[in-house]
Design a protein around this ligand. Structure first.
Ligand code: ADP
Ligand code: MG
Length: 248
């Protein structure tokens, strides 16, 4: 793809934990505006790769480029300021605050520095932002409830709402449907499709069936290596991929 169409690129990135090589020489391009899924069996290295893409983990080898800028090894907050957000982990939801307060605090986190002299005006703005984001993730009707009162699926949606507070150009999600009921899973997949219509999304998922119908491109990881890359049709026809997924 032409380089302006590429939002994120990895060049031969790898990551080891002690002597164990979790990820080896992965070179890939992520297209702007696309929904790209990273799939592969458990232990394939998906989360390790995800953590390199989101800045949570520095690669042992290779290079990560975001919008043409070398971001290899930059601290996590720099990734956030560049416009990259990942779904927060469950521990980042404040259970004793309301749903709306959780998103408001996330919205404030990046801006407070500039708004310290006009706190009242800023607060109204943050609450409006929170309400808009809660509508986006389908939680506006639960805005007044404690986050701890939400079902598991709703808490994951809340985390995504918090991640959106930084207005990311790139949103990264690692197995957002993990532990969800079939109904929660459907709701989450619908949300992801809506989010992907407005920004670039990278979605890690081990259930290939779940993403085949909605993503533009797929990367398949296996034993820490990039096994295949392509459109859903290309991946479906790929003999090597079929073998890896046999019996799953
Ligand atoms: P996936 O998300 O595809 O299931 P991971 O990226 O989580 O795979 O893990 C890939 C491999 O790397 C696994 O064998 C896992 O045990 C190992 N691994 C991941 N993180 C660490 C770590 N912090 N320390 C040691 N080994 C790790
Ligand atoms: Mg994982």
């Amino acid at each position: 793809a032409p380089s302006s169409d590429v939002i994120l690129r990895t060049e031969r990135v790898g990551r080891s934990f002690g002597k164990f090589v979790a990820l080896k020489d992965v070179s890939a391009e992520f297209r702007r505006g696309a929904l790209t899924s990273i799939i592969g069996p458990n232990g394939a290295g998906k989360s390790t790769y995800f953590n390199l893409l989101s800045g949570s983990l520095a690669p042992s080898t290779g290079k990560v480029t975001f919008e043409g800028k070398d971001v290899t090894g930059l601290p996590q907050h720099r990734f956030a300021h560049l416009g990259i957000a990942k779904s927060f982990q469950i521990t980042n939801v404040f259970p004793q605050l309301t749903v709306r307060e959780n998103v408001r605090i996330a919205a404030q986190a990046l801006k407070t520095r500039f708004d310290i002299w006009r706190p009242r005006a800023a607060m109204t703005e943050f609450i409006e932002t929170a309400d808009e984001l809660l509508r986006t993730v389908g939680l506006w009707h639960r805005r007044g409830e404690l986050a701890s009162a939400l079902a598991h699926g709703e808490q994951r949606a809340l985390e995504i709402g918090m991640a959106l507070a930084s207005r990311p150009r790139l949103l990264l999600l690692d197995e957002p449907t993990a532990g969800m009921s079939p109904e929660e899973t459907r709701t989450m997949m619908d949300l992801i499709v809506r989010l992907a219509s407005e920004r670039t999304v990278i979605l890690v998922e081990h259930k290939m069936k779940l993403v085949m119908g909605i993503c533009d491109r797929l990367l398949v990881l296996h034993h820490g290596e990039l096994l295949a890359e392509g459109t859903p049709d290309e991946i479906r026809r790929n003999e090597t991929v079929k073998r890896v997924y046999l019996g799953q």
